[in-house]
Ligand binder design. Sequence first.
Ligand SMILES: Nc1ncnc2c1ncn2[C@@H]1O[C@H](COP(=O)(O)OP(=O)(O)OP(=O)(O)O)[C@@H](O)[C@H]1O
Length: 356
Amino acid sequence: MTALAPSPRATRGAAISLQSVTRRFGTTVALDGVDLRIPAGSLTAIVGPSGCGKSTLLRLLAGLERADEGRLIADGSDLSTHPLGTRDLAMVFQDYALFPRMSVERNISFGLRLARRHDRRSGPDPRFIDAEVARMADLFGLQGLLRRRPDQLSGGQRQRVALARAVIRNPSLLLLDEPLSALDVALRASARAEILRLHRDLGTTLVLVTHDQQEALSMATELVVMNAGRIVQAGTPDQVYRRPASRFVAGFVGAPAMNLFATPDGGTRGWRPHDARLLRGGALAAPGSLEVAGVVDVCEYTGSGQEIICRDAEGVPFTLVQHEGEEWLRAGDAVRVEVPAAAVHDFAPDGSRVGG
Ligand SMILES: Nc1ncnc2c1ncn2[C@@H]1O[C@H](COP(=O)(O)OP(=O)(O)OP(=O)(O)O)[C@@H](O)[C@H]1O
């Protein structure tokens, strides 16, 4: 019982747009004139430092917050006047928000049982509900836990129940607030794969808030970077990674982080550790490329290679990466690297990107 055909309840994903949305809490401006288009069927990941407004944006999409200014449009209708119905929308909160006195089975099937109570003729029948619960239990590894109550589960198990409860309803908009943060590595990988499969099979529009930018880069079709209540860049993960629009985005997206150096004019020059190539012996840098020299400070083994923290002649730290099979650098080694001109990013004193 793993691959039921997409249910006829499934609709295509909703297209959402925010127009000049502002949300204030007292003097705090949580969202500051946000314009954003979330394409139908996209998997949009929202990343940004703590307090930048990610959860507020998600809660706004869920209808749990109202905009003080601006408009929120879904499939052409204004959500402030026609909020999305509960069948079209599901949200998984950071704190799961499970029903404490219901069993896991009851929690997961809640939405379907509600639909049946509302409409016994076209609502899902009990056998379908049982089959769907069993499918969710399989997908999220909840077999054997269906009779328990939430307080008898670990944090990770609770999170999986919350995901199953949201996913079982095949919503056209699924909002996930840090859904994978409490899972261990193995479960995280399978839950991530399940979310991607769900997204692919049902065409649900999925909006995901995460602290884990690697998760965002690997899962998202659209990546939205926020800072201080504003959207500072939105695009495909590839666009954001390769052409960060500002110094802030350059430093925030990508792991290890981009190496950034102050330039004499007050701007910043950056390059990613993965774009640097070691120059061994007396090897010359290719014409036009950037050459950087330094001394290895610390080496950190990562399993598939090592990350190396170096310092240049001015003491500015920069990171290099080495992969398995290379001759390992060690603390105290002198290093020279070249960075192709196309991989060098320049930012003006105001932080904006310079050139292409
Ligand atoms: N109900 C509220 N009352 C007062 N201030 C709030 C409220 N909700 C959010 N804020 C403030 O609005 C700003 C944005 O909060 P939000 O929770 O959206 O940030 P976030 O990016 O999700 O943060 P985190 O990553 O830490 O969860 C913060 O300064 C926060 O303190």
